[in-house]
Design a protein. Structure first.
Length: 388
């Protein structure tokens, strides 16, 4: 789950993250905590779209008319889409009252505008009305919102990190919507006694003194924020080779997924992993790891399979591809991708790493754990607990 969210933070164009899991597994808590890992924004003062004054090409129509728009530093917006939201609240609407009183038609921005350059979070996304899910995913993929209301045709930027959470017990998303999410992970509650005890300790510690608890973890948050900032700068320098593109197509084809979204998501996810791992190139092992996030929700006609079944099928698929001479040639051996961070990995308690791995994404998450745990946090050092 951490890996998927960090990858989406580095490259929001991945198309969003779908987190599936039973109730009470801290899905919403982790999503809300993601905002603390993102750097503050420079935004045009008063702009409802949080336009970046340093990127003239991305300014909205109103900000373009300003000669030198004033800027202010703001916290990354975290917008939650309620299940009862209307289409007008999501995409925006015409301000009828202003039109009647002033005789001028004025557009009232919606939640997609408020989420621009931030995070748009949908809890219980599987219960959201289908047409709203469609509009939401269209904007997340294209990076803009197109509004046509009462003779008004308007476009505005809508680039955000989309995160949806759901409990499969309450029903699945329709297949056409599942495919639109770039990455998917499944989480479950902890089963080890010491891990569950650690959850209790941390929760009671927070409730007793929230300020002290936040200060205790502040350095860890800052370190992860620096990691995301550096990866965002690095990712533009990472190009996928022709061989890597061929491998991505082969993986998606062998998995039998429909359409071309999986091909693109594989490449983008592998590139985000490479940026987070401070790589200069994108190797095939990262592409194989990306498959564990990109494929589980795309198996045609088998959407209700368990995470273990999906993982087993992906494992078998990747093993077949590794044994293929065309893919194996010049490919690094399994695990060699992590040797470049061996010095970091030496600092990590192996027992803690194993306990941190999450069903449905453990193998993929392992490539980032040496960096995510590079500096032991205070409570982890004392108790060697793998908090998720």
């Amino acid at each position: 789950m951490k890996t998927a969210l960090l990858a989406a933070a580095v490259d929001p164009s991945l198309g969003g993250v779908l987190i599936r899991g039973e109730k009470g597994t801290a899905k919403s808590t982790v999503v809300r905590a993601l905002r603390e890992l993102l750097p503050p924004l420079r935004a045009v003062t008063g702009c409802p779209y949080h336009c970046d004054p340093d990127r003239p090409a991305g300014l909205c129509d109103h900000c373009r008319t300003e000669n030198r728009p004033e800027a202010v530093t703001v916290t990354v917006p975290l917008i939650e889409l309620p299940l009862g939201a209307t289409e007008d609240r999501l995409v925006g609407t015409l301000d009828i009252e202003h039109a009647l009183t002033a005789g001028v038609r004025r557009f009232e921005p919606g939640l997609l505008a408020e989420a621009n350059r931030g995070i748009l979070y949908v809890d219980e996304v599987n219960l959201l009305e289908d047409h709203l899910v469609d509009l939401l995913l269209d904007a997340a993929t294209s990076g803009e919102n197109v509004v046509e209301r009462e003779g008004i045709s308007l476009r505005h930027p809508a680039r955000f990190i989309l995160v949806g959470t759901m409990n499969p017990e309450e029903g699945e998303l329709r297949p056409q919507f599942l495919d639109r999410f770039g990455l998917c992970v499944t989480v479950r509650g902890l089963t080890e006694t010491d891990e569950r005890v650690e959850v209790i300790r941390r929760r009671t510690s927070f409730e007793a003194d929230p300020g002290r608890f936040l200060r205790q973890w502040q350095q860890e948050d800052l370190r992860l924020r620096e990691l995301v900032v550096a990866a965002r700068k690095r990712i533009s320098r990472l190009d996928a080779s022709t061989q890597l593109l061929n491998d991505a197509v082969r993986i998606a084809s062998e998995a039998g997924v429909a359409g071309h979204r999986a091909d693109l998501a594989l490449v983008k996810a592998a590139r985000a992993f490479a940026a987070l791992l401070e790589r200069e190139t994108i190797d095939r092992e990262l592409l194989f790891e990306a498959a564990r996030f990109v494929l589980p929700h795309r198996f045609d006609g088998r959407l209700l399979r368990s995470p273990e079944e999906a993982d087993a099928e992906i494992d078998a698929l990747l093993e077949r591809l590794r044994s293929d001479d065309g893919l194996r040639k010049d490919a690094p051996a399994a695990g060699s991708a992590d040797r470049r961070t061996a010095a970091d990995a030496d600092e990590v308690d192996e027992e803690a790493l194993e306990s941190m791995q999450i069903p449905g994404g453990a193998a993929a998450g392992s490539i980032l754990l040496p960096i995510l745990k590079k500096k032991s946090s205070p409570m982890t050092t004392r108790r060697k607990s793998g908090a998720r």
